[in-house]
Design a protein around this ligand. Structure first.
Ligand SMILES: NC(=O)c1ccc[n+]([C@@H]2O[C@H](COP(=O)([O-])OP(=O)(O)OC[C@H]3O[C@@H](n4cnc5c(N)ncnc54)[C@H](OP(=O)(O)O)[C@@H]3O)[C@@H](O)[C@H]2O)c1
Length: 256
């Protein structure tokens, strides 16, 4: 296949959760630039409408759905609309996630456990479950679950978050095996520290910033688009033999 076709998503229908900000926003833009029609999901319609304007302004194609990924009812509505509008889905990016605090495990509030399990895990389960018939209908599909290096190694002060991300990496591998006969590839993305709203509190804390920076051989935090390009690779024909993989984009953090 010619090089430019390897990363071309023209004619593909994609859905990205948590597309309003940060990594998900960058992924939605990059997939649209590659030619996909991108369904964008988050709870904030104003941010999605703004992103839609930007994508259309660049000549891309997108539509959006306001929904809470942790609500099965709301996600059923989203996928009903995707089925009615497009009839199938080629690409699912489970990106929506939360990490509401940065504290030792014994100080973690029950409500924060519940929120992380609901958004990071149930949100991914609902979307994957509901997307399956549509991915099958497309005849060929690619799923990316946005995990974290916290899904592979220990990260102090985010124990429950890392538990949800660890679950996503093994969930990814199991779905990769189950869905391979249907032509659906399932991979995980494991970013290191990326500068977004989620990490802005840590970035602003001089001491923590220095502590984390000392772990990163490339000596800087990552940018959302650097994660988005890795996602484009995983969902594109260029990654046609790759499934069940956890792709690390962390400036070398986990290479120590
Ligand atoms: N930043 C990092 O260093 C880093 C590192 C490793 C992994 N990750 C993972 O990357 C993903 C994106 O993180 P980020 O840094 O881009 O975070 P972010 O800037 O806080 O953005 C989070 C996104 O998730 C959406 N979201 C949160 N709860 C939701 C819900 N209940 N229903 C629907 N959408 C919801 C938000 O949209 P609304 O608020 O509009 O609903 C927003 O679009 C997460 O899964 C995170 O765990 C991030």
């Amino acid at each position: 296949m010619e090089l430019d076709k390897l990363f071309n998503l023209e004619g593909k229908v994609a859905l990205v959760t948590g597309a309003s900000r940060g990594i998900g926003r960058a992924i939605a833009k990059v997939l649209a630039r590659a030619g996909a029609l991108v369904n964008m999901v988050s709870r904030k319609g104003d941010l999605l409408a703004q992103l839609q304007k930007e994508i259309w302004g660049e000549g891309g194609n997108s539509c959006y759905h306001v929904a809470n990924v942790a609500s099965r009812g709301e996600m059923e509505e989203v996928f009903k609309k995707v089925r009615e509008r497009h009839g199938h889905l080629h690409i699912l990016v489970n990106n929506a996630g939360v990490s509401p605090h940065y504290l030792p495990f014994h100080e973690t509030a029950q409500k924060d456990w519940d929120k992380m399990l609901a958004v990071n895990l149930k949100g991914t389960f609902y979307a994957s479950y509901l997307a399956f018939p549509l991915l099958k209908a497309a005849g060929r599909g690619a799923v990316v679950n946005v995990s974290s290096i916290g899904g592979l190694i220990g990260l102090p002060r985010v124990a429950v978050y890392t538990a949800t991300k660890g679950a996503l990496t093994t969930f990814t591998k199991t779905l990769a095996v189950e869905w391979a006969p249907c032509g659906i590839r399932v991979n995980a993305l494991c970013p290191g520290f990326i500068e977004t709203d989620m990490t802005s509190g840590i970035s602003r804390n001089e001491g923590l910033r220095e502590e984390l920076m000392a772990r990163i051989p490339l000596a800087r935090f990552g940018r959302p688009e650097e994660v988005a390009y890795a996602t484009l690779f995983m969902v594109s024909p260029a990654a046609s033999y790759m499934t069940g993989h956890c792709l690390v984009v962390d400036g070398g953090w986990t290479s120590w």
